[in-house]
Write a protein that binds this ligand. Structure first.
Ligand code: HEC
Length: 119
């Protein structure tokens, strides 16, 4: 009787540990992927929302790293690029599809792309 009781306790403890493990799952989609890594401003936003078009040039998006595609856009100035991103452009939904990004996050993502698209 006594042995059976402690076996049960062990089982409950194991089940509780498993549950706690499930709650601590880091795969929460709303959390920045790499909280521990030093963060480059704009990189998270770029990777999650902008990369899908701006890495490949899908839908005619200026590709990151393509200095020629970016030059005329950079020339317009940051405020114009930010305004176009917020409002959307042909081929780009408003806010580059990141509806929960604030203007500063969008600006940081643009800076991130522009810095990597210099001649
Ligand atoms: C669905 C595809 C798509 C996504 C996602 C997307 N873009 Fe774009 N983006 C485009 C296309 C297409 C253009 C070119 C539009 C044009 O010139 O008519 C563009 C152009 C731009 C430009 C140049 C604006 C200008 O004034 O010339 C900036 C800056 C930009 N995107 C930023 C972003 C940012 C920041 C994100 C992520 C938050 C993002 N984009 C996500 C498709 C996308």
């Amino acid at each position: 009787m006594k042995a059976r009781f402690s076996w049960r306790l062990t089982f409950v403890a194991l089940a509780a540990a498993a549950l706690l493990g499930a709650c601590g799952d880091p795969a929460d989609p709303d959390r920045p992927a790499a909280e521990a890594a030093p963060e480059v401003p704009g990189e998270q936003t770029y990777r999650r929302f902008c990369l899908s078009c701006h890495a490949s040039g899908a839908a005619g998006a200026p590709r990151v790293g393509d200095a020629r595609a970016w030059a005329p856009r950079i020339e317009q100035g940051m405020e114009v690029m930010l305004r176009h991103t917020i409002d959307g452009m042909p081929g780009m939904p408003p806010r580059g599809m990141c509806t929960r990004c604030d203007d500063d996050e969008l600006r940081a993502a643009i800076v991130y792309m522009v810095e990597r698209s210099q001649p």
